[in-house]
Design a protein around this ligand. Sequence first.
Ligand SMILES: *Cc1c(COP(=O)(O)O)cnc(C)c1O
Length: 414
Amino acid sequence: MSVFVMKDGVLHAEDVALSAVAARFGTPCYVYSLKALRDAYAAYRDALAGRDALVCYAVKANSNLAVLNVFARFGAGFDIVSGGELARVLKAGGDAGKIVFSGVGKTRDEMRAALAAGIHCFNLESAAELERLNEVAGALGKRAPIAFRVNPDVDPKTHPYISTGLKTSKFGVPYAEALPLYRRARSLPHVEICGIGCHIGSQLLDPAPAAEAAGKLLALVDALAAEGIALKHIDIGGGMGITYRDEQAPAAADYLAPTLKVLAGRKEHLLLEPGRSLVGNAGLLLTRVEFLKHGEEKNFAVVDAAMNDLARPALYDAWHDIRPVAPHDGAACIYDVVGPVCESGDFLGHGRELDLREGDLLAVMSAGAYGMAMSSNYNTRPRAAEVMIDGAQMHLVRRREALEDLFDTETALS
Ligand SMILES: *Cc1c(COP(=O)(O)O)cnc(C)c1O
């Protein structure tokens, strides 16, 4: 059941009216529900009950310290893709021993920081990265725990920008090169082979490709075992989709069932890296209508949030539901809901049927994942505030940027 519901004619997050959030913290503002985070995590925990499994939340989906801290308290691990995300997880109280480090371009500095922290595993994505990590770990007198992210070449049937497991992808190592890479790793003194992983894409609605990928990983695990290379864990990545509009998004248990069936009876520890499905529908972007422009061909609702706050519509043509916080009962009109940024691609939604007045509040739904995390200061716009709702309480978990914050790191020529 959604935590964002109408009560007394006003859209609420749990027990708090969104109008009260706007009055206290202003707009644009991201609003998250603690209960929705808890419920999303519980769905994974329940689906994995009785198995030796660790949910490593993919930090890039929403890296606010409060969100990370919530998952850390639930006992989650973390999937990171940069030294910055490592620092955030540690700052938020995450357990370094439950961190996996993904990404195609880890720098020496990032490797050193992760080794010093004592992370669970490096997910390596190339032969060159293996050599670099061996060298960096050797210089520190350490052995780096490693897994290869293998590209199982299955088609996840999602948007090409978020499809990552095909042969043509920059991610992962080709399936055919996996065995030689593990052999090479075995010969290196400063790495310790721990596991294998994959991540085939994002916003996946069909569970079959994930199960197919898991099967392909198992074939490699068995081939490696035959050569005396024993793996301790299998990491099946993230990618489970959510409902933005009318997608039939699976429940975690249903999405995972075919994969767990493929993995039944295996002794390897299971890792998962969900991002969007843990936070996407736990958040919304609250924005206010600045102006209504009624034109000959089109009507525009110009709001105070823009593509710099929520890039997904501009970037992927993503559809987000846009709901009035306090609906009127007059006649609706068709609006393009757009921001003030100087780009034609700056929109939050096209062709929405809404009855609007200047000053109205709108909630852009399903914005908890890849929302704030992808925001920028384009057009020298301060980044939005973020608020976490817990029952009837509001917690400011990131203050709105001040104008001085925006050029604090810059210097004019003297
Ligand atoms: C982005 C990413 C994830 C999370 O993907 P979601 O679709 O948000 O679940 C997991 N693992 C890796 C390696 C990623 O790059």
